[in-house]
Design a protein around this ligand. Structure first.
Ligand SMILES: Cc1cc2nc3c(=O)[nH]c(=O)nc-3n(C[C@H](O)[C@H](O)[C@H](O)COP(=O)(O)OP(=O)(O)OC[C@H]3O[C@@H](n4cnc5c(N)ncnc54)[C@H](O)[C@@H]3O)c2cc1C
Length: 399
């Protein structure tokens, strides 16, 4: 495995770093305080070619390799991990269409994202089916006219209040069925200019083909406040055959493929948080003096800084290996995707906690970014599968 980036990858990454330094870092603290969804930043990121990295070239997308994608997500998360989560979820919702959709489905469901700065949602989690998604009760069942109707509620769905399209995992026929399907539900296009980004309202979306979608009030969260999270309810939504991705019994297989792709992306977000926490803490401890010396020159503090650096570097190496193996379609890709996610969560939590400690009382103040990072880091160990689920996957392979 070659760790050297190509000239093109370096240029792309430099452009993303400039974007993050110019358009995210200066405003992220004030935006999150105001609970304003940063659709303007999403639009700018789309303009610059930083969104929808998984869309195939056949539909005029970037079809970017996974290592570049992971590095771009890491850089976005360095600026703000909520924005990185929003961007990543677009790919999460669209990757399954790119992987398993027909050419016509790719054209119909992916090209709008190439043409306009739109958001998508990936709808899997339900109130009573989180880590154990086989317990989902969202159901697609044939109605009287012989067409499938989709009913059910999903929770904690990223981008839901602003999504123009929903990728949904659902049981078929009856809730006790061992099979799930993956369906795509396009809705009204929501564009940055038209979106009420400070809105705390529910959204009711009547669908031209029949039925409606209702999104709940945006959730008030501990961290990642610049990502939008809300519930989504599907009420008698008519599903035509061409909205069903692949085989309607193979949804679990498609889900595994998507999560193998998504876990390195979450790891990239974790590494971005860890690196930002390290950089902020280095800067602070180089300036702050106590007992006649810089904090960073005190042996115990330096040991902590070294430990933060080690965790970040290890997590990044695991991320690169996982991205490489998923890109190659290697048989052990799932284990390394889980390893990368766990190590990155550990790095993000460790660096933000120890970084805050090295800021002393100032770290506890909301105006210091390290306190935001500590809040943001918590979710890395939870979404896309909690730590224990990753260990379950690793353990199963080991034994
Ligand atoms: C900000 C945010 C954004 C999200 N975005 C999305 C999204 O876009 N789409 C989507 O579908 N979902 C999304 N989620 C949902 C997320 O993936 C789930 O919250 C997560 O998978 C955990 O499910 P749960 O919350 O139901 O926790 P539970 O499954 O109830 O788990 C609670 C705890 O129980 C323990 N536990 C669970 N299973 C095991 C086990 N097998 N062994 C040992 N201990 C265990 C763990 O300690 C775990 O933390 C999001 C969540 C949040 C908070």
């Amino acid at each position: 495995m070659d760790f050297n980036l190509t000239g093109e990858q370096k240029e792309y990454l430099d452009m993303v770093r400039r974007f993050v330094g110019r358009d995210i870092i200066p405003v992220s603290m004030s935006l999150e305080k105001g609970h304003t969804f940063p659709f303007d930043i999403i639009r700018k990121a789309w303009d610059q070619g930083i969104l929808n990295l998984s869309i195939p070239e056949a539909v005029k997308g970037y079809s970017l390799d996974l290592i570049s994608t992971a590095l771009i997500i890491r850089e976005l998360a360095y600026g703000d991990s909520g924005i990185a989560t929003s961007a990543m979820c677009n790919d999460l919702a669209n990757a399954v269409i790119a992987m398993h959709g027909t050419e016509a489905q790719q054209q119909a469901f992916l090209s709008p994202f190439v043409e306009r700065p739109l958001l998508a949602s990936f709808c899997l989690t339900e109130p009573n089916a989180g880590s154990d998604n086989s317990g989902m009760t969202t159901l697609m069942q044939k109605g009287k006219n012989g067409k499938y109707l989709l009913n059910g509620s999903k929770c904690f769905i990223t981008n839901a209040s602003f999504a123009s399209q929903f990728t949904v995992f659902t049981k078929v026929g009856k809730t006790s069925s061992p099979f799930i399907a993956c369906v795509v539900v396009p809705a009204l296009a929501v564009e940055p200019e038209a979106a009420e980004t400070g809105s705390q309202a529910c959204r009711e979306i009547p669908l031209p083909c029949g039925g409606r979608i209702v999104t709940g009030k945006p959730e008030d969260k501990l961290g990642q406040r610049l990502s939008n999270t809300a519930s989504v309810t599907f009420e008698d939504v008519v599903i035509e055959d061409d909205q069903i991705i692949g085989d309607r019994r193979l949804g679990f297989q498609y889900l595994t493929d998507v999560l193998d792709y998504a876990r390195p992306m979450v790891a990239a977000i974790g590494v971005g948080i860890a690196r930002r926490a390290l950089d902020l803490t280095l800067a602070y401890t180089r300036e702050r003096r106590q007992f006649g010396q810089r904090i960073c020159d005190m042996p115990v503090a330096r040991e902590t800084l070294v430990a933060m650096w080690k965790k970040t570097e290890l997590a990044e190496m695991a991320l690169m290996k996982a991205a490489f193996l998923v890109q190659e379609g290697a048989p052990d890709r799932g284990v390394y995707a889980s390893l990368a996610k766990n190590l990155a969560a550990e790095a993000a939590l460790f660096c933000s906690t120890e970084g805050l400690h090295l800021h002393g009382g100032y770290g506890f103040m909301a105006e210091f970014e390290i306190s935001k990072l500590l809040r943001d880091a918590q979710i890395i160990d939870i979404y896309e599968g909690v730590r224990e689920v990753q260990n379950m996957i690793i353990g199963r392979e080991l034994i």
